[in-house]
Design a protein. Structure first.
Ligand code: CA
Ligand code: CA
Length: 288
């Protein structure tokens, strides 16, 4: 009975979302919030790229078994799921399969992506906002509900690390649940002078906070900035954090997602890949 109730709920939500979307198509209000995720499948539309030739969608399988998607459908319209039939393909366990979108193109102005099974029933999808050619859009970490812009990782794990920093200092950990803080880490073997570097949470204004003269970070050392110092709050629903040099050129940028109570986000190990749901370790080595 509970199962039937769940199905009814899921179908209702889907039709509610579909009707909202089609009603508002003309003024293009699509946001990641119109994510659909049926919760009954381990298959996720994991990444899309709308400036390709052709455009593509990456499917991620979060289960322990390979899943065949032969006979499934992919579409750029929630209310028209059968646009392109997927003739063959197996998504490996914890792996990826890229589908070239040959029957339709994705709008760089923002659109929808929907994977449906061989009966046309929605499996997974989301709405994506306007894209630029240098970025893709998808889930980070893979298969999560967190949708964000990222660099293209076609057929590979998603990665939101946009720039390879020319200095050895990186944004190592953030805590966005009041009072907020940003932890930097020096990956290198020499002391780095961070005088007149900048921190920001706005890609269009990199110089929001100027790091005071005489600020140094030791080799393999940490340096924490408190919200009371840098003056802007970090949004608990996610946003970028950017470290820029004296020329106001970004040297490291991360994008964090919706925060979990009592958790931080950061690199693991220190200076490594960005991860969600860490134990906050202000001014100390990062850990799960
Ligand atoms: Ca990817
Ligand atoms: Ca830490």
């Amino acid at each position: 009975m509970k199962y039937i109730y769940n199905i009814i709920t899921i179908v209702s939500i889907f039709f509610l979302i579909s009707s909202c979307v089609s009603r508002n198509d003309s003024d293009n209000p699509l946001t990641p919030e119109s994510l659909i995720n049926t919760g009954t499948s381990k298959l996720y539309v994991n990444e899309v790229y709308a400036a390709g030739s052709p455009d593509w969608a990456e499917i991620y399988n979060d289960s322990d078994q390979p899943i065949s998607i032969a006979g499934y459908y992919i579409s750029d319209n929630f209310s028209e799921p059968l646009k392109q039939k997927i003739n063959s393909g197996i998504v490996p366990s914890k792996g990826f399969l890229v589908i070239d979108l040959t029957a339709f193109g994705l709008s760089q102005q923002g659109e929808q992506i929907l994977l449906s099974d061989s009966t046309g029933k929605a499996v997974n999808g989301f709405s994506f906002p306007a894209q630029t050619p240098e970025k893709s859009f998808g889930r980070f970490p893979d298969g999560s509900a967190n949708l964000t812009f990222m660099k293209q990782t076609k057929g590979r794990p998603n990665d939101t690390t946009f720039f390879q920093p020319p200095v050895d200092v990186v944004i190592n950990e953030i805590y966005a649940l009041n009072p907020d803080w940003i932890e930097l880490f020096n990956k290198g073997n020499s002391r780095v002078d961070l005088s007149d570097y900048y921190l920001s949470d706005d890609s269009t204004n990199l110089t929001k906070y100027k790091i005071p003269s005489g600020t140094f970070i030791e080799p393999r050392g940490f340096l924490v900035f408190e919200e009371s110092q840098f003056g802007f709050g970090l949004s608990s629903s996610g946003e970028p954090v950017i470290l820029s040099n004296r020329s106001a050129n970004a040297v490291d940028k991360i994008i964090f997602g919706l925060q979990t109570a009592g958790k931080s986000e950061g690199r693991l190990p220190d200076g490594g890949q960005w991860n969600k749901d860490l134990t906050p370790t202000k001014n100390a080595p990062n850990r799960r």
